[in-house]
Design a protein. Structure first.
Length: 227
């Protein structure tokens, strides 16, 4: 009987180890897929909602009040802007404050990019290496098949076919592990890019609110000086 399960049971120990490893890699691929789908869906929904909440805010404090005590990249950006404005109050020009705030924004955006890409490197590795791991199992299995043929001193197809079929099953397992990993990686690359564009929009919104606060403070200072 040449069913996949019977071929697996009859395979050499090395070929079995290769197929078990590839099955585990496939399990990891689908686990990452489910986890990242949930994570990206949640963070995108939250960030879009947060951006809508601060769309009509006139200051950083008003934007923070609109968001409430929520964790997220937008809250971190607003907090960084407020902290820089507080630390630099009265000791720096507006341009200096904006420059330092922009540096803080860039660090937060990069950190969020690294965080959201966790797991994608694993998908890339599985997609790139699984075919070769499966090929190694096939080469090893075929090599053992030829050794068995030489010992039995027969080229009868009924004798030769099972060993070669068992070896080729390793290549099939490699492709089963690799193809979904590559497709899922490409899908997440597109979704992650869209999310990071939202993060960039959040950074821009925080910068605009900071600039508005600085202009308001600057205008108030000028008004008091004129009086």
């Amino acid at each position: 009987e040449l069913s996949p399960w019977s071929m697996f049971l009859a395979a050499d120990i090395i070929v079995k180890a290769v197929m078990i490893g590839l099955a585990f890699a496939s399990l990891v691929t689908w686990t990452v897929f489910i986890a990242k789908m949930i994570e990206l869906s949640v963070v995108q929904t939250k960030l879009r909602g947060a951006l809508r909440k601060i769309a009509s805010a006139r200051s950083l404090a008003e934007a923070q009040f609109a968001l409430g005590a929520k964790d997220g990249v937008l809250s971190a950006l607003l907090a960084a802007a407020l902290n820089e404005a507080r630390l630099s109050a009265g000791i720096s020009s507006d341009d200096g404050i904006k420059e330092r705030a922009a540096s803080s924004f860039a660090e937060i955006v990069r950190a969020e990019g690294r965080r959201i890409r966790i797991g994608m490197g694993l998908l890339a590795s599985i997609g790139a290496t699984s075919p070769f791991v499966g090929l190694f199992g096939t080469v090893w299995g075929i090599m053992n098949s030829f050794i068995g043929i030489s010992k039995s001193q027969t080229t009868n197809l009924a004798v030769v076919a099972p060993g070669i079929a068992e070896a080729l099953l390793a290549t099939a397992c490699g492709l089963v592990a690799a193809i979904p990993a590559v497709i899922i990686y490409n899908h997440f690359a597109r979704v992650t890019k869209a999310y990071l564009e939202l993060v960039s929009r959040s950074s821009g919104a925080s910068a605009r609110l900071l600039s508005r606060d600085l202009d308001r403070t600057h205008g108030g200072t000028h008004s008091r000086a004129a009086e």
